[in-house]
Structures are given as structure tokens and as C-alpha cells.
Design a protein around this ligand. Structure first.
Ligand SMILES: [Ca+2]
Ligand SMILES: [Ca+2]
Length: 296
């Protein structure tokens, strides 16, 4: 019996905002809402100029009193506060590695500001924001159109579902029709609780230094993954099962990445784009379920 499309509700949540281009810009716009109100009391070095149009960005994860901003440079080293997060330097220390060269000077000349001496920044760092800034000629802020062009140009960033080894699937023996029906019903019901916030909302929270929502979703995804990894799978549903596990694995990866919202905002924007591809996979899984339900 066909039920309403409950299946993969979970991933429609992941991709809820990914589908709208506006959502992609939303995060970037937030980043550009500068100067932002410093959390805590304004300092002489970093006077608050907050108005109704500015975002209050706090740094709950760091004791440093700095504003996450692509305009403010609290320590005057040529690297704005947000970029200090991106390059993992100290936003209140002009020369993080103490080698006599200011952080901004090092980054602008391709040197690693966290390693004293002449260590170069890697050509293709894992941090996508670093890669983007290098690719774009180190612009002062994050331009949505430039980020899209960058992501389009990086062919190695294409969408791919994590590989799930066949050997990791627990095949149910002997196979029977009742077992298959039970499995497919569970697949149709796969969903996160309704209160789970969409990805862009969680990303916004993370940018504000609040990771509670992202962590809660991640825990739910991990619990779901465990249940599905342990599930016995009818032989005819093996491929479907691998796709479901792959989808769950990628979901975990995307939500775990929210911890990187401040240090790698371009990755989060890429994830929103990957969410769109994930929606297509989810749709395909649904088709697989329907196909198996119709099997005699
Ligand atoms: Ca700085
Ligand atoms: Ca230095």
C-alpha cells in the first residue's frame, strides 16, 4: 500500500533550503553584514557600530572578544577577523607564529601564518574557504557569484555518495516476502523528528557560535545510522540498503561540517549545493522502494 511520501523526510530537511538559490546567498549575506556588533562590551580597538541592519555574531566557542567579520581587523595584521578563523590564527595577535611576519603579510604572500619560518600554504588545502580565497585572489569578503563560479570550476568537488561495502550489509537468510515488506515499511518511515531545523538555519546558528541544534541533529543521524547498519536486509533490497546507508553517511558528514561554519563557510555553502544532489538520490531511493513493493 502506498503511503504518503514520508520516506526520506530526513533528507528533504537536509535539503530544504538548498534548493533555493536565495538560501545559498543567505549565509553569505550574513557574513557580509558588517561591521557587526561585537559580543561583549565594545573595546577601544573594536568599537561597536551596530545598528538594526547588523548581525550580532557571538563566539561562544572561543573566549576571544572578537567580531566574526570580513571587515574588522582587531589586531591590525592585515587579516580580518573572519579570515583569522579561516586560517586558524589568533585574531588578537598580529603575529600568530611569532616569526616576525604579521599574519596578513604571510597569507597574502602564500605563507602559512601558523608555522614559523618559510612554510608555504598548501596549494589545495582541505579548507575550501582558503582554497576559494586563493582562487579568487584573496578578495576582502565572500562574493556569492564568485563562490558559485569557484565551486563550478572545481571538478573534484563533484557529488558522490560515500561507498558502502557490500560486505558490511547483513543479509537476512532465508529471505521471505514478510521480511521484505517489513524492511520496506521501515525504509518508508525513515525520518528525522519534525522539530529538526533545516540546514541553513543550523548553519546560521553555528555561525553565531551556537552548535546545539547541529549537534542534536547529528546525534539523531548517528543513532539512525546505527539502527540501519544493524538491520538485517532481504537479499533483493541490498542495493537499496547500500544507498540508504550512503545517504545517512553523507547526511552525517554534512551536519558534522556545521562545526566548521566559521572556519570554512565556503564548505557550508558547498554542502547546501550537495544537498540538492542528495535530494535526487533520495528520490531515486524512493523509486527503488516502490519498485520492490510491487514485486510479486
Ligand atoms: Ca587580524
Ligand atoms: Ca608570522
Amino acid at each position: 500500500m502506498l503511503r504518503k511520501l514520508l520516506t526520506l523526510n530526513i533528507f528533504s530537511k537536509i535539503v530544504a533550503v538548498a534548493v533555493a538559490a536565495a538560501a545559498l546567498f543567505w549565509l553569505v549575506r550574513t557574513l557580509q553584514l558588517v561591521p557587526a556588533r561585537p559580543f561583549g562590551e565594545p573595546t577601544a580597538q573594536n568599537p561597536t557600530r551596530a545598528g538594526p541592519q547588523t548581525a550580532q555574531l557571538s563566539a561562544a566557542t572561543t573566549p576571544l572578544e572578537v567580531t566574526y567579520s570580513f571587515e574588522i581587523d582587531s589586531d591590525g595584521d592585515g587579516l580580518t577577523n573572519a579570515k583569522e578563523f579561516v586560517y586558524a590564527t589568533d585574531p588578537l595577535r598580529a603575529d600568530t607564529d611569532g616569526d616576525g611576519y604579521p599574519d596578513g603579510n604571510e597569507v597574502n604572500n602564500g605563507y602559512d601564518p601558523t608555522l614559523a619560518g618559510s612554510a608555504r600554504l598548501p596549494d589545495e588545502p582541505a579548507n575550501l574557504t582558503q582554497r576559494f580565497l586563493k582562487w579568487a585572489g584573496n578578495p576582502p569578503s565572500l562574493e556569492p557569484s564568485r563562490i558559485i563560479a569557484f565551486l563550478d570550476s572545481q571538478l573534484d568537488l563533484g557529488f558522490r555518495l560515500p561507498d558502502i561495502a557490500t560486505s558490511s550489509v547483513r543479509i537476512a537468510r532465508p529471505s521471505n516476502a514478510a521480511g521484505l515488506r517489513q524492511y520496506l515499511a521501515a525504509a518508508r518511515d525513515l525520518a528525522l523528528p519534525e522539530e529538526t531545523a533545516p540546514y541553513n538555519e543550523l548553519a546560521h546558528e553555528a555561525l553565531l557560535g551556537r552548535l546545539d541544534g547541529a549537534e542534536a541533529t547529528l546525534r539523531k543521524l548517528e543513532a539512525l545510522s546505527q539502527v540501519w547498519q544493524q538491520r538485517e536486509v532481504p537479499p533483493s533490497a541490498q542495493e537499496l540498503h547500500q544507498n540508504i546507508l550512503g545517504l545517512l553517511a553523507l547526511g552525517r558528514e554534512l551536519f558534522a561540517d556545521l562545526r566548521l561554519s566559521r572556519s570554512d563557510p565556503v564548505r557550508i555553502i558547498w554542502n547546501m549545493d550537495r544537498g540538492k544532489a542528495l535530494a535526487a538520490v533520495a528520490k531515486n531511493i524512493e523509486v527503488q522502494i516502490t519498485g520492490l513493493e510491487k514485486q510479486p
